[in-house]
Write a protein of this length. Sequence first.
Length: 112
Amino acid sequence: MHYIGIDWADEKHDIYIINDSGKELARFEISNDREGMLKLLAKAQKLSKGTSSVLFAMEKSSGPLAEFILDHNYTLYSMNPQVVDRYRDRHRISGKTEFLNHLYQFFNFFEV
């Protein structure tokens, strides 16, 4: 199983890919346009031939990027931004490494 976390922003998105053990496999940035979405799709397709073993999570569950992911038959989990903020406060995390830890814990919490 592979997990793709998207740190969503207006102009660009930071992408993190981890495996079942929480090991970081890739970290990259995509633009908030079709070219960026196609880059993300290409990375996801390299992970697995099927869509069921690649799961996505991001704080925003609507909009063009969410629709693009769902239109390509991937599963998208929405991480409530308020819950993410409370998690960061409670665990005093900041930065991108901590985002990976949160992503790993998010998927393990829901046992997906």
